[in-house]
Design a binder for this molecule. Sequence first.
Ligand SMILES: O=C(O)[C@H]1O[C@H](OP(=O)(O)OP(=O)(O)OC[C@H]2O[C@@H](n3ccc(=O)[nH]c3=O)[C@H](O)[C@@H]2O)[C@H](O)[C@@H](O)[C@@H]1O
Length: 425
Amino acid sequence: MPSLEEELMFPSTPGKYKGQNRHFHRCFASTSTMFLWALFLIAITASYLCFQSFMDNNNSTSNRFFTGHHWEKQVINSAQIHQAHGMSVLVTGAAGFVGSHVSLALKKRGDGVVGLDNFNNYYDVSLKKARKNLLNENGIFIVEGDINESKLLLKLFDIAKFTHVMHLAAQAGVRYAMENPNSYIHSNIAGLVTLLEVSKNANPQPAIVWASSSSVYGLNEKVPFSESDRTDQPASLYAATKKAGEEITHTYNHIYGLSITGLRFFTVYGPWGRPDMAYFSFTRNILQGKPITIYRGKNRVDLARDFTYIDDVVKGCIGSLDTSGKSTGSGGKKWGPAPYRIFNLGNTSPVTVPMMVGMLEKHLKIKAKKNFVVMPGNGDVPFTHANISSARKEFGYKPNTDLQTGLKKFVRWYLSYYGYNQGKL
Ligand SMILES: O=C(O)[C@H]1O[C@H](OP(=O)(O)OP(=O)(O)OC[C@H]2O[C@@H](n3ccc(=O)[nH]c3=O)[C@H](O)[C@@H]2O)[C@H](O)[C@@H](O)[C@@H]1O
């Protein structure tokens, strides 16, 4: 058996060091002293890091929720329903793009809304904070926390009897999944399960509406995409986690009677949008005079998306909440079948990426510097196109903003938020 020192000195290929054994013994005394010092330093650093993380966890826990009467009052007030037959909704991802818009729309019509968001730094946190401020000004309280924190979720369900959960917290972005795959598992799988576990135990159980994605259609070629089409060829880990979410929610519907509605969003865009998305980052680059990269498919075919304006998606989310039906379980048992639904929320008129850029150029009155490159193998799909007849039939979903109009509104917001010069930062 080699000693610990030997193992550490020759970790990978012992044979490589054969000739150096004598030298090693000569140096052993001084080396072993250095080694012991190194071990000592490592131990000290490790203890310090453990202590720090323990303190961080404790602090974040106490800061975020067990903060007493005032905190509970804020949650209760925010969850309060102010209209007849209204609902009380926990919106996860409330400081996100879709989450902030849906929260405001619900509050406006008198529903109770409590937001939850972990304010992660996937993109500019200051934009999330600005959305939070907007929600606060409108009487919506946002709790800072992660959907993986079951204690926090239990506490929230304990003090506010949510009738619905609008679950929009997720790790978004198709291509980022290659850089940080675990963040998708953390939020889109583990976080989802934590939320479902708490929801199924809540009394009463809430109905759940959550964000799936058009990306579940993966490499399908039949268009437009219908909910009954196959979804077993995801092109990215992101898509795979959304597909997994659809299966996971199905089991909670089947076993515990949770009412579930999955919404397949199609490239949602608009004011207060996500800076990681193409229309947003292109706008920034065009204003800064920087080049933009436009992906192209095989044989120089342009990529196309069924870009869907945020206000239309918000109407779809609210229509889904209104028609979600009740969960049928309690105490971990199901007392009857509960609704399980999946809807496309798209626009039904795909536009190519170069055409989208042309619209931005028009609204910004600046010509873009375009670099066309072959679409890298990074999870992208060549096109998306929604069939929305199910959502139309079920709750009258009817998108009415075309891309030209929607981008005009986005550009107006962008310039008012960042200013012409802010783009140069
Ligand atoms: O519909 C969906 O389900 C998904 O829509 C978007 O994903 P994506 O359609 O890829 O949106 P963008 O990242 O804004 O890309 C739009 C188009 O621009 C293209 N693109 C993107 C980035 C770039 O630098 N160049 C470029 O040509 C992409 O290939 C794509 O065709 C969102 O980012 C996902 O979170 C969402 O789930």
